[in-house]
Design a protein around this ligand. Structure first.
Ligand code: OGA
Ligand code: NI
Length: 368
């Protein structure tokens, strides 16, 4: 039996249990409205037409101005890139994937000990948002805070497999250091000096780091649902370790969905809403989603690098001028993240709702 899960609007069902039940159809709760379905055939046809993939950026010389230019160009044009030669050891990537696969492959009663609630989202979860009756995504996840240190709570981390905690801590340390290098390159590429963006985040000490491990089980009807609905990431930037075997991530590009073809051991980096706000929309957080897969499970490890959470964030003055007035009004990340935690993934509605000049009424309002 699976409990209602404190604070969730209805009993929590693990997608993995649905998948392992062997049912040939998915429950109604996971069936997306037609307009949101992945239209797998259309996507594959487009790939046959060789549409351009997300840019690839070589980070072997992080301080080289050419690296800052390449990072900056990718953040302006795509909001996404694959980072190669990023300096995080391949062995650590392998271990991070391995321990988390190990976690999701444990018996359900072991995983249930870590069931999360919408109060903090930390732990084992199966939905984003607390709207009763919402259509759900075909995926489970595990969410942990790593920084700032007072939010690191090992009691909420799995005890098994035995190397999970140490590996996750080591992995987060290395990837957070990579984020600091990327912040410097992104900042230099704006022409505001390489430490400016990090300062706007409240310094490296104030920055938040959390990890969300996504587990997408096999799905008997992938054409009707999504592993993760369209959203932009609410935080600063995201560094994703995609599955090494199974594709699934798609990025919105000029109205179409581009499937990412991960380079082995590369990271997929994307701009989050807070960097879009701070850069006055020079860098863009872009919608993305995950399609489900009939034949294989898929695992990804997302590390979110976020600004200090109680700092009101607004466009940096250097990027504001009479010709380019501030696009967004100030808000702290603590307030901002409540939106996705209540409403679940909603495309780019949230960042649009922050627009200072309310020309377009937001589709969904924060206060609801
Ligand atoms: C996320 C996300 C993509 C993936 O966790 O925010 O977009 O491929 N994940 O799992
Ligand atoms: Ni995302």
């Amino acid at each position: 039996m699976e409990g209602a899960g404190a604070g969730w609007p209805e009993p929590v069902v693990r997608v993995q249990s649905l998948s392992e039940s062997g049912a040939a159809t998915i429950p109604e709760r996971y069936v997306k409205p037609e307009a949101e379905r992945p239209a797998l055939a259309a996507t594959e046809a487009a790939e046959g037409g060789r549409i351009e993939g997300i840019p690839v950026v070589d980070l072997s010389s992080p301080c080289d101005p050419a690296t800052a230019r390449a990072v900056s160009e990718a953040c302006r044009e795509w909001g996404f890139f694959q980072a190669v030669n990023h300096g995080v050891p391949r062995e650590l990537l392998r271990r991070a994937r391995g321990v988390w696969r190990g976690f999701f492959h444990q018996p359900m009663e072991v995983k249930q000990r870590y069931a999360n609630s919408p109060a903090t989202y930390e732990g084992y979860g199966s939905r984003l948002g607390v709207e009763k009756g919402a259509v759900l995504d075909w995926g489970d996840y595990y969410f942990v805070h790593v920084r700032p240190p007072h939010l690191l709570n090992p009691d909420k981390w799995p005890h098994l497999p035995p190397e999970l905690r140490e590996t996750t801590e080591q992995y987060s340390r290395e990837v957070a250091a990579l984020c600091e290098r990327l912040m410097a390159a992104m900042s230099a590429g704006l022409g505001v000096g390489e430490s400016r963006l990090q300062e706007a985040f409240g310094g490296a000490e104030g920055a938040g780091v959390c990890v969300r491990v996504n587990y997408y089980p096999q799905c008997p009807q992938p054409e009707l649902t999504l592993g993760l609905s369209s959203h932009s990431d609410p935080g600063g930037m995201t560094v994703l370790l995609a599955d090494d075997r199974v594709r699934g991530l798609q990025v919105r590009r000029r109205g179409a969905w581009v499937t990412v073809d991960p380079i082995p051991d590369a990271f997929i980096v994307n701009v989050g809403d807070q960097i879009q706000v701070l850069t006055n929309a020079t860098y863009r957080s872009v919608e993305h989603r995950v399609v489900a897969n009939a034949d294989q499970e898929r695992l990804s490890v997302a590390l979110f690098y976020n600004p200090k959470s109680d700092l009101p964030l607004a466009p940096m003055p250097e990027l504001v001028s009479p010709e380019r007035p501030p696009v967004y009004k100030p808000m702290t990340f603590d307030e901002y993240r409540l939106y996705i935690r209540r409403k679940g993934p909603q495309g780019k509605n949230q960042v649009n709702s922050l627009k200072a000049t309310a020309v377009v009424k937001p589709a969904v309002s924060m206060g609801a």
